[in-house]
Structure formats: C-alpha cells, structure tokens
Design a protein around this ligand. Structure first.
Ligand code: BGC
Length: 713
C-alpha cells in the first residue's frame, strides 16, 4: 500500500479506532499459558479495548498466532492486522550467548548471523517484531540487566547495535528502510531509550542523572547507530532522566530523537511506563499520564489503559491535538505496511517451517561458535587446555544442568540445551562428574519470569554432595569446577548488592581447593563478579557467561583445546564492589594516581586498588601474540577534509597453537576544551593466526573518531 492509501485508511477510522492502533496489550488476553514480563497492576482492558488494540506481546506459535489474527481481523472495523511482538533477546529457541558475552566475542558479524537466525525462528513462529537490541551503556555490575547489553563501551555497543539490527531486519534499501516483507525478517526494537543503564546504585528502575555531555558522548551513540541502521522501532525507557521521566521527556524524544536524528519509526513505551508517570510523581492520574506521554512522543502504550481510556477525551477536550494521534497512528500503520501485513497478515507464520527450522543443526552450529568465541580466559597457569580429560573431574552445579541460558531466554527449554555432562559424552570423554552442591542454598530466588529456584534448606544433602565432590577431587589429576550465578540472579529486577557467587558454591570451592590445587574454574555469570577468591584458588579461570543452547559443547571444545578462547571482557570485572561503577574510559582527574606513588593527595582508595581485577578488553588465548609498536603514516590530520591517518601494527602468533587475537585501537585526546577519557576504543579487528604466522593490522583514523560533542549555542 502506498502512503496515500494508508492515509485514506486512517482518515476513514474513528478516533477510538485510531487510538486502538496505539495500544499494545499482553498476550494473556488470548492465551492462558503466557509468560508475564511485568507487573499486572494496569491490566484491566475492556472487551472493546482488546478488540481494537493494534498490537500484542509475548504470544508465540505459528498456528496460534494465525488463529488469533484471523479472528481479530474478522471483527476489526477496518480489518487491520495485529502486530505480534516478543522479547527475543539472544535467540528465540536456539539460544546464543547473552549479549554481554556476544560483546566479549568482539565479532559483530557473528552476532548479525545469530540475530538473523533468531529473526527467522521468530518469523516462522508468527512474530513480527522483536524487542532487541538492548544497547544501554552499562558501567555498574550491580545492575542485573548488564547481561542484556554488549557492555561498557560506546563504540563497541554501537558496532553491535548496527550488526544486530541488520541481522533482524536485513540491510537498508535506498529509502533507508529494510525490506521487511522478505521471508525471515522481522522489525527490530532498540531499547531502552535512553540511558536506562545509568540507574543510580545499580538498582533497577532507579533514577538516572547525567550531564548533557555524558548523555550525548557516552550513552546516546549506540541508540543512534541502531536508528541510523534503519531500526524500525524504539522502546522508551522506565527511568527518570535528569528529573524528567523518559515517558514525558520531550527533549529526548521530540528534540533529539525526532528532530536531530530524524527517526521516523514507532516509539513503544516500556511495560506500564506511561502509567508509571503517576508513581514518578509527575502525573496525577492516568489521563494526565496519557497527556504527557503522547505529547512527549510515545506512540504506543505498552500494558496500561492510559491511552485506550483517556486519549479520546483528551482530543475531544482540545488538550491533545488530533494531529499528534494521527502522526503516531500513521507510524504504526506504516510499520504494518512495511511488514507486508495488509497483503499477508500471517507474514511468515508457518507450522512446517517452525518444526524443520527451529533448533536445526546449522543454527546450533552458529550457536556453538558464538558461545565458544564469547568465552574469556582470565587466568591460565598451565592447566588449559586440559591434557588428560579422562583424568579430570567435572564438579559443580552447572555440570549436569541445561539451565545454561540467561533470564531473558523466555522461550528456551532446558531439554534443548546441551549440558557439559552431555557434551563430555558426545566428545567421547569419560571424565567423572559430581554436582558438588546446589546452585544456591542460602538464598531463595524467584526467577524473572516465574521460574523459581527454590532454595530448600537441606543440610544433610549439602554435606553429602560436598563429601562426594571432595573424594572425587582427591582422586583426580585436575578438577574443573563449574561455578557462578544462577541465571535468576541477573536480568530485569535482579540487581545485587554483592558481586559474589552463592555461599554454598564458595564452600565447595574452598573444600575442593584444600585437596587438589589443579583447579580450573568455569564461571557462569550474567555480570562481572568480584573474582578475588576464585582467582587465588584456581589456576585457570574461564568466563563462559550464560552460553545458551550449545553451551556444553562449546565449553568442552575449549577446555579440551580444540579451539582456543578468544574473547575479551566487554565489561570490567571489579576488584571489589566498592569500586563500582568502574570502567576503563574514565577521566584522568586533576590528581591521577599511578600505582606505587605514595603521595597522599591523589585520587585513590586507601584500602583497595583503583584498577579493576580484570579490565575491559582483557582476555588470554592458548597462544602468545606479539604486537609491534604502532606505525602512523603521518602525525597531522587536516581538519574538515576527509583526511585519514593510517595506524598499523604487525601481529605475530609466537605460540604453538592457532588462535585469534583482538587488536584494539584506542585514542586519547591529550588537550581539549573539555576533559577527555584516558582511553577510548575506536576500532578493533579479530584476527586468526597459525603458529609463527604474522600479519599487518591497519586502522584508518578519521576526523569523526577524534571529535566530541560541543554545545553550539
Ligand atoms: C522490559 C523490556 C521488555 C518489556 C516487555 C519490560 O519490563 O524492561 O525490556 O521488552 O518488559 O517484556
């Protein structure tokens, strides 16, 4: 349909019907068996509102969605199709590593491929839109949602934002939009705009207070990268930003997003965020909340009745211009049209393809590679790769577990996940295994979406498991300890004040370490943890994040030396929680501290170091790489021209195995009109080299890489 026909369609709709297009309701109105991803306090839609609501979230399944679509369209006054959306974050059923792990792979092309697979699986299951990528800059490991981001660096996040959007939607055509009618393509939704990751104290939903410069230089570029890649929709965030809640923040959504960036896609509120303007204390009631949100530029109201029960009155009273509603409706209709829903309301929903494609071997291969390449080797005193797998005991609560995916994998199944125990068998190893302890015995955790990890206190069981583990550890040459956070400890509403592993696991580590020094820790986590004790007791430490469907195979592959680890931390692992937020790209301060300097009046702690235990960008391989001094072709750049300086190094593998190294380009602006970070990542290349092989790695430095934000007026 062309734009004129869409407009004619809209002009023919009643105001009530138009407002329906701006209403996004949960799938619980269609499906009993529904994964709830937010509070239910605003969910009391009338039958009429449900009948007119233009979009639905979190119901899945080709057959079911076709049925819902058919029934709905039959009754809808203009037979406008529903838009089906869901939280597909790092995979639909084939689960890839959590985004923090994908960031650590420093391989955006691989994430693009993974997003392509997730899009296709989702599309066959009847979905049209996925709530991803999440590109919030994250600096505070206490925040549970760091697992959903690609990390603490603006440039890295921007590169991944672009890759993931292209993976879901395909490349942009000449009009700046992708062809979403193509089979297997869905609309992306970049979130959470903006700066949701800056929550004070790392506490979820908390206040964000940032200078305009920090916002623009550090936080906004990744969202902009997604928008510039043609991302069709954007989710506005829950938080207050500089005292104005985002859902009412005209500066952010009208001035920056629409006017400066020219974003013409749909802005979707986060779950109940419009209604929450009341609890933020800036709207007296739902009607005022609707008024503030539509004025600020929220097109679609997710999971509250603010729009559905108040916008019509607001227009009729003349407080909201109908033009504002029309603009938002047109954006929604255009999106439906770009997806081809007016011609084919089921899009790619297909029960046969759902069966044959989802979790197919090819996708699993990509999931295995993505997992492998995300692992970060933090320490290796000679134990890895393991020489004798059969003389190695695998001990720990993650060894025989299918729960190797993150909290946002809401459609994943443990049975579809390859455990470490299964993988050992698959690879023909007869390594003995023991559970050692339960995931967490001293907390009671409610998983994000209903999955409860019941921490039943059972001292007899705990003693028995530890005793078995200690006996096995004593009798084995090497021990691989699988430790870490259960997945319900990260994700939404899972902030933590302590960055440790559960106490029962700490005990397991100590007791095993008392009888065997050859410990490799394989660490599962959704966030950076304080690894001081693990690092001191283990001779090797491999971070595997929450690796997904092929986690077990990827881990066994790397531990046994078939592939070298190649990941680099996407977020700094602090020395202790007291340093948090700690990130590599800090400013120098007027009194910078260099370790060893005993001058008192310097910017430092008196009891802990300034540096994180393991910084951003760090990660070992099984080989050894040598990087030469940087060679620049010139030292002066002509500003204003499209001048480039090339910076090159020679990278040499001087170890004995093939491995990949990530060469990272950092710049520092030594004197500028504003204080600049001590280092800023501006480029990276991941290069695989065989032993004794070498190659030139060249980066081009352009003016925009050196520029920073300056207020013009
Ligand atoms: C989260 C979003 C998510 C939405 C829908 C919210 O609670 O913040 O990231 O997309 O729920 O499930």
């Amino acid at each position: 349909m062309d734009d004129n026909r869409l407009r004619e369609l809209m002009d023919d709709m009643s105001l009530e019907e138009k407002i329906g297009q701006l209403v996004l309701i949960p799938g619980s109105y269609f499906e009993k068996d529904f994964v709830i991803t937010g509070p239910a306090n605003y969910l009391s839609y009338t039958e009429r509102e449900v009948a007119l609501a233009g979009s639905v979230l979190t119901v899945i399944g080709a057959g079911k969605l076709k049925e819902i679509q058919k029934e709905y369209m039959k009754k809808h006054p203009h037979h406008i199709p529903l838009l089906f959306m869901a939280d597909i974050i790092n995979g639909y059923r084939t689960i890839f590593p959590i985004p923090l792990g994908q960031g650590a792979s420093f391989d955006p092309a691989l994430s693009k491929e993974a997003a392509g697979i997730a899009a296709r699986e989702s599309a066959y299951a009847g979905l049209h839109l996925v709530y991803s990528p999440m590109v919030d800059l994250v600096r505070d490991a206490r925040w549970g949602r760091v697992m959903e981001s690609t990390g603490e660096d603006t440039f890295l996040n921007s590169v991944f934002a672009r890759a993931i959007v292209e993976g879901y939607q395909g490349e942009q055509e000449s009009d700046g939009h992708p062809d979403l009618t193509k089979e297997g393509k869905v609309s992306a939704c970049v979130k959470h705009f903006a700066a949701y990751g800056g929550a004070q104290s790392g506490r979820d939903y908390n206040t964000v207070e940032l200078s305009e410069r920090t916002l623009r230089e550090d936080y906004l570029p990744a969202y902009k990268a997604a928008v510039d890649s043609g991302c069709e929709t954007l989710m506005s965030s829950f938080n207050v930003l500089n005292r104005i809640p985002v859902s009412a923040n005209t500066h952010l959504m009208r001035e920056i997003l629409r006017e400066e960036w020219g974003f013409d896609g749909v802005v979707i509120s986060d779950w109940a965020a419009v209604g929450e303007l009341i609890t933020h204390g800036i709207a007296e009631n739902e009607k005022e909340a609707a008024f503030l949100a539509i004025r600020a530029g929220v097109d679609m109201d997710m999971c509250t009745r603010c729009y559905s029960s108040n916008l019509e009155a607001l227009v009729k009273e003349g407080r909201v211009e109908e033009r504002l509603v029309d603009e938002a409706v047109m954006r929604v209709l255009r999106l439906k049209n770009r997806l081809g829903l007016f011609e084919n309301p089921f899009k790619d929903a297909d029960e046969d393809k759902e069966k044959s494609y989802i979790l197919c071997d090819r996708s699993r291969k990509t999931a295995e590679k993505a997992a492998r390449d995300s692992f970060v080797l933090l320490k290796n005193e000679g134990l890895l790769p393991i020489r004798d797998m059969n003389d190695t005991a695998f001990i720990g609560p993650f060894t025989d577990s299918g729960l190797l995916y993150g909290a946002w994998s809401i459609f994943a199944a443990e049975e579809d996940t390859v455990s470490i125990k299964d993988a050992l068998k698959n690879a023909g190893f007869s390594s003995p295994v023991a559970k050692g302890c339960v995931l967490c015995a001293d907390h009671e955790l409610k998983g994000m979406h209903g999955a409860a990890i019941a921490a039943i206190k059972d001292e007899e069981r705990d003693e028995r498991l530890i005793k078995e583990a200690v006996l096995l550890a004593k009798a084995s040459g090497t021990v691989v300890l699988t430790l870490g956070e259960p997945n319900a400890m990260s994700g939404e509403a899972a902030s933590r004040g302590m960055l440790d592993i559960p106490r029962i696991q700490q005990r397991l580590l100590r007791e095993v370490a008392a009888v065997n020094k050859n410990i490799v820790v394989v660490l599962f986590t959704g966030r950076p943890l304080d690894l001081r004790e693990i690092s001191s007791l283990a001779r090797s430490v491999l971070v595997v994040w929450q690796p997904g469907s092929e986690g077990g195979n990827a881990i066994v592959d790397v531990l046994s030396g078939r592939t070298s680890p190649s990941g680099k931390l996407s977020m700094s692992f602090p020395y202790s929680v007291g340093q948090v937020p700690v990130h590599y790209n800090e400013l120098s301060t007027g009194r910078p501290y260099t370790p060893g300097d005993d001058n008192k009046f310097l910017s430092k702690y008196i009891d802990i170091p300034n540096a994180p235990l393991y910084p951003f960008g760090f990660g070992l391989t099984y080989s050894e790489f040598e990087i030469s001094e940087i060679k620049l072709d010139r030292d002066v750049m002509r500003m204003g021209a499209s001048d480039r300086i090339t910076a090159g190094v020679t990278l040499r593998n001087r170890g004995s195995v093939e491995a990949s190294e990530v060469v990272q380009l950092y710049i520092r602006d030594e004197y500028a009109s504003a204080a600049r970070p001590v280092r800023l990542l501006k480029g990276f290349k991941k290069v695989a080299l065989k032993p004794a092989e070498e190659t030139e790695v060249v980066f081009e430095i352009s003016e925009d890489m050196l520029a920073f934000w300056k207020r013009v007026n």
